[in-house]
Design a protein around this ligand. Structure first.
Ligand SMILES: C[S@@+](CC[C@H](N)C(=O)[O-])C[C@H]1O[C@@H](n2cnc3c(N)ncnc32)[C@H](O)[C@@H]1O
Length: 272
């Protein structure tokens, strides 16, 4: 998955689907927001949310740090527009559209960088994280989340279990770019970040709920993530097979009125 796709169609779809993407991450948000509060330097004044998407982490951070100025940076104009609209009236929060490792320099020096799954799409992660690092106050902190292995993320692995192409792999720009803890440790060190530590977090990925949770989950996966890509690339016959499999699987996952999957993330912290 490339940055250009986020700046185009994929970003536009996420902008339309922000309620359901936020819902899918809700189980992670509590742990990430707690890590952000715990790791900020006392008196942090300038905070950047990288790949902020529709802005929910920027909003939580602005509310947690009322004396700081929080800026959400995202490459998708559509997502930045949603983030601005839903956060209207929060005085210490603004959003900038652009490539984050470039745009962050207008905010320097930055005391804290945060990100919920917004840093896995750089073509050259070492160069991007070095650029982020160079905008920091010495000793400033980095807190971001990313997915662990696709095997531990049932919402993504079911697709390849049935023979469809696997999601973009570990190490390649995409949702699983930073699944390998050792590789990310090296990448952060090469980019000039110190004291890097990863904490594993398991959570429930909510795919469907409401009046018809199965159809809600099917329509969500048709729009978002590796399943949407597989459906787009499939022939009409393959598409029909995939949709049937998906409906059956969503039915298996239905419990207590919701379709949930296992999900596994890292929360990384590091120091500039
Ligand atoms: C998986 S989404 C996460 C969005 C948001 N943080 C959330 O938790 O809902 C990844 C985000 O990174 C953004 N992104 C990707 N490459 C970027 C770049 N080079 N600069 C800024 N944003 C980028 C995308 O547009 C997208 O909003």
């Amino acid at each position: 998955m490339e940055q250009a796709e986020w700046a185009g169609t994929i970003g536009d779809v996420w902008a339309e689907e922000w309620r359901r993407t936020d819902r899918s991450f809700a189980g992670l948000a509590t742990a990430l927001n707690a890590a952000i509060r715990a790791n900020a330097l006392a008196g942090a004044r300038t905070i950047a949310d990288i790949g902020c998407g529709a802005g929910v982490t920027s909003i939580a951070t602005a509310q947690a740090f009322p004396d700081a100025q929080v800026t959400g940076l995202d490459i998708s104009l559509g997502l930045v527009a949603v983030a601005r609209e839903r956060s209207h009236g929060i005085p210490n929060l603004s959003f900038v559209a652009g490539d984050a490792p470039t745009a962050i320099h207008d905010l320097a020096p930055v005391d804290l960088i945060v990100s919920r799954h917004g840093v896995m799409f750089f073509d050259d992660p070492v160069a991007a994280f070095a650029a982020l690092r160079s905008a920091m106050t010495p000793g400033g902190r980095l807190v971001f989340s990313c997915f662990r292995s696709p095997r531990l993320n049932g919402w993504a692995s079911w697709l390849s279990d049935g023979g469809a192409p696997p999601p973009p792999g570990i190490g390649a720009p995409g949702p699983f770019a930073f699944a390998d803890e050792g590789a990310v440790t090296h990448m952060l060190a090469a980019a000039g970040w110190g004291d890097a530590v990863a904490e594993p977090v398991d959570y429930r990925y909510r795919a469907g709920e409401g009046e018809d949770p199965i159809e809600d989950a099917v329509s969500f996966f048709t729009r978002i993530g590796p399943t949407a890509r597989a459906l787009r690339d499939a022939s009409p016959a393959e598409r029909a097979v995939l949709l049937d499999r998906m409906r059956a699987l969503m039915a298996e996952q239905l419990k207590h009125g919701a379709v949930d999957f296992d999900a596994a993330a890292w929360i990384w912290t590091a120091r500039a």
